[in-house]
Design a protein around this ligand. Structure first.
Ligand SMILES: Nc1nc2c(c(=O)[nH]1)N[C@H]1C(S)=C(S)[C@@H](COP(=O)(O)OP(=O)(O)OC[C@H]3O[C@@H](n4cnc5c(=O)[nH]c(N)nc54)[C@H](O)[C@@H]3O)O[C@H]1N2
Ligand SMILES: Nc1nc2c(c(=O)[nH]1)N[C@H]1C(S)=C(S)[C@@H](COP(=O)(O)OP(=O)(O)OC[C@H]3O[C@@H](n4cnc5c(=O)[nH]c(N)nc54)[C@H](O)[C@@H]3O)O[C@H]1N2
Ligand SMILES: [Mo]
Length: 649
């Protein structure tokens, strides 16, 4: 069964080279001068704040741009617009990891460094296709395997990552908690729990033990579909490894109970002491190049720069003194809540910098309708995206990765310098300069001579970053936070305190998370019998805006992927176009046969929304703690197209 390979160039987005404005709602975008566009952008923000108050404004900040730009974007939101309504794509992705790690350890960052997977004994890739989505990190994984580490993969699909694993646990979508609980129970019953660590460094073990008790290997096998023996094997391998790295990504977080999923995995590290030591830790591999940094800079609604809590009075006082303003003692709206507030008209204007929610949100039909309800939408991007097409003002920015100076922070909390290598096209300007121009029009003259001046302001308010001068970042080729001292560096891993024998040095114990299995919201039934999960391929990036314009020999465009048994069941063949329908929408896509899928499971990407808008199908059911949508579990049906339609396409 040979399928057509398409070295495919999908939609090519024009690079934005000059500002655009729309004179009236429903009218076309037209070319404008910078003066005209900035004035129009500013006027909308000013008017809506005056008429509807600070919380009618929302900022979507860019996780591909620099730390410095994210610092300035959140400062604009808090100081000038007077609200904490600032967020980014972290909400669609790893917000549950940040929430779960913060609840357990008081800090939302991954606990280890990349090099530690080379020095570990066991690597568990849980809901993570790092071979495709984190290829640089995966090089370290491969070195770890070469150095003797064993690797396990936990994923409903036998992915390219799973091909490298000693064992693949192919679980049913949304059954990670039963699997983790069964592993925990087996570790306890086999006498492999690290009781010395549990007593010294954790709390809530007895409640955890009671919670996992019903999850025998056979009970878990029934719910997860993973053979009991494979679960037992992973439990013993994890508990008996000298050092183990538990890595996870969106297979864990993009669920309506993403934070609970994360807690269930963290529990396993607390049970075994696989945290706080070199080579033993927890790694949520973050998504976009600077999504870690964006959050660290305060471009999230509950944290000020340096991941400092908005609700803490002393922290607020420090920032009030530094910025000369009063800060509201409450959280702002996250991205999800901002979309809801568009519908209730509480949110009336958005400044969207480097995000494409018209194609990346779950249930895009609803998301676009909500954005159309905004009175004033300003989009600042490098390409004319679907979201930009909805805007009243479009501002052309420079690409952070090669046209600006600054820093970014990766998943191992390493802050690294980026440098301007090429000039931007046309009239495109740096993100920070554009924000500062609007700030000036709103009465705030911010004098940042360069990106280093922004960074130094951030360092002065963030103890975690204080020791990282630009010179030191260059000298060390990047430094991991926390870095409170300009003299020395901290260990590459976090939470070593948990191993201290002196209780004063040990600090707060890490609590076990008492969480329960809660299956996906979008249930499969007779009408929608297939479970659809969505994700990524190696050759394309997110909504395709940045990767669509070059033809990759690997790229084959969008397909609905099915296992051979399901293709036979539905009588469809490779490349045949079929209708894919969920409770929210319907798209047409060709069929791809993937023997790595299991019966009842279909897979699509999010990379080609201009051809097949996968997010018309996905469900906007959100994790109540983190606000992340259940992109990983929708219910669908597929239908053959009527003959005439099939011939036409
Ligand atoms: N090439 C490429 N790299 C990228 C990106 C890209 O678009 N293209 N995007 C970047 C971004 S923003 C992010 S956030 C990361 C994402 O990186 P990943 O999270 O690794 O990518 P995904 O393919 O979305 O999802 C990972 C896996 O979750 C599995 N999964 C689905 N449902 C479940 C479940 O219920 N349980 C478990 N255990 N697993 C499940 C899927 O089968 C999939 O293999 O990648 C980043 N890197
Ligand atoms: N079905 C499904 N949907 C998903 C997911 C999934 O797994 N399945 N994953 C979700 C996840 S994890 C994520 S992160 C989101 C991604 O969602 P988005 O962040 O909305 O999508 P991107 O395609 O990455 O859009 C990034 C935008 O930033 C612009 N940009 C790049 N660099 C710069 C810069 O320096 N300055 C400015 N101003 N703009 C810049 C690009 O041109 C592009 O328009 O999608 C989510 N949606
Ligand atoms: Mo992401």
């Amino acid at each position: 069964m040979r399928q057509r390979d398409r070295g495919k160039q999908s939609k090519e987005y024009p690079r934005l080279t000059h500002p655009l404005v729309r004179d009236e709602k429903g009218g076309p975008l037209r070319r404008a001068t910078w003066e005209e566009a900035l004035e129009k952008a500013t006027e909308g923000f000013r008017r809506i704040k005056a008429e509807h108050g600070p919380d009618a404004f929302g900022m979507f900040s860019c996780a591909r741009a620099t730390n410095e730009m994210n610092y300035v974007a959140q400062k604009f939101t808090r100081v000038i617009m007077g609200t904490h309504n600032v967020d980014s794509c972290n909400r669609t992705c790893h917000a549950p990891s940040v929430a779960g790690l913060s609840a357990a350890f008081g800090s939302g960052g991954g606990t280890s460094s990349y090099e530690e997977v080379e020095a570990t004994d066991l690597i568990v890739m849980w809901g993570s296709n790092a071979r495709f989505a984190h290829p640089i990190f995966f090089q370290h994984v491969l070195r770890g395997i070469r150095n003797g580490a064993r690797m396990y993969a936990v994923d409903p699909r036998r992915t390219s990552t799973a091909e490298w694993a000693e064992s693949w646990l192919g679980l049913n979508v949304g059954t990670d908690i039963p699997l983790a609980h069964a592993i925990g129970r087996e570790i306890i019953h086999a006498g492999l729990a690290n009781h010395a660590f549990i007593e010294r460094a954790t709390s809530g073990f007895e409640d955890y033990k009671a919670e996992v008790e019903p999850w025998t290997l056979s009970a878990a096998e029934k719910v997860t579909g993973v053979p009991a023996e494979a679960i037992r094997d992973l439990a013993h391998a994890y508990a008996t490894a000298e050092r183990a790295q538990l890595c996870w990504t969106l297979g864990i977080t993009e669920h309506h109970n993403g934070t609970d999923n994360v807690r269930a995995l963290i529990n396993l590290s607390l049970l075994t002491g696989h945290v706080g030591r070199y080579g033993a830790g927890l790694q949520p591999l973050r998504g976009q190049n600077n999504v870690q940094g964006g959050g660290d800079m305060g471009a999230i609604p509950d944290r000020l720069p340096g991941f400092q809590n908005v609700l803490d009075p002393e922290t607020r006082e420090k920032f009030e003194a530094a910025w000369g303003v009063t800060l509201e003692p409450r959280h702002g709206r996250n991205l999800t809540a901002m979309f809801e507030a568009m519908e209730s008209r509480e949110l009336r204007t958005v400044y969207c910098i480097g995000e494409n929610p018209a194609q990346s949100e779950a249930d895009t039909g609803q998301a676009v309708e909500r954005m159309q309800m905004l009175e004033h939408l300003v989009v600042q991007d490098i390409f004319l995206t679907k979201t930009a097409e909805l805007a009243d003002v479009v501002l052309p920015a420079t690409a952070a990765w090669c046209e600006t100076d600054g820093t970014t922070t990766n998943s191992e909390r390493r802050v690294q310098r980026v440098r301007k290598a090429v000039n931007p096209p046309g009239e495109a300007r740096e993100d920070i300069d554009i924000i500062c121009d609007i700030a000036a029009r709103l009465g705030h003259e911010w004098k940042f001579a360069d990106s280093e001046a922004v960074w130094d302001e951030l360092r002065s308010v963030s103890p975690n970053h204080y020791g990282m001068t630009y010179d030191r970042l260059t000298e060390h080729q990047g430094i991991q936070w926390p870095c409170p001292s300009t003299e020395k560096l901290e260990p590459t891993y976090m939470h070593g305190r948990l191993w201290e024998t002196d209780p004063d040095k040990r600090g707060m114990p890490a609590p076990f998370g008492i969480v329960k299995h809660d299956p996906p919201v979008d249930l499969t039934d007779e009408e929608y019998p297939l479970r659809l999960t969505t994700g990524r391929r190696l050759d394309s990036y997110n909504t395709g805006v940045q990767s669509g314009s070059y033809a990759s020999p690997l790229r084959r465009g969008e397909y609905v992927e099915l296992c051979p048994e399901d293709a036979e069941l539905y009588g469809v063949s490779p490349d045949e176009e079929v209708r894919v329908t969920s409770r929210r929408g319907s798209v047409v896509a060709p069929v791809w046969i993937d023997p790595g899928l299991r019966p009842g499971l279909a897979f699509m990407t999010m990379h080609f929304p201009d051809e097949v808008d996968t997010n018309q199908l996905t469900i906007e059911s959100n994790c109540p703690i983190a606000g992340t949508a259940e992109f990983k579990a929708s219910a669908i049906r597929i239908e053959k197209l009527p003959v005439a339609a099939a011939v036409r396409s």
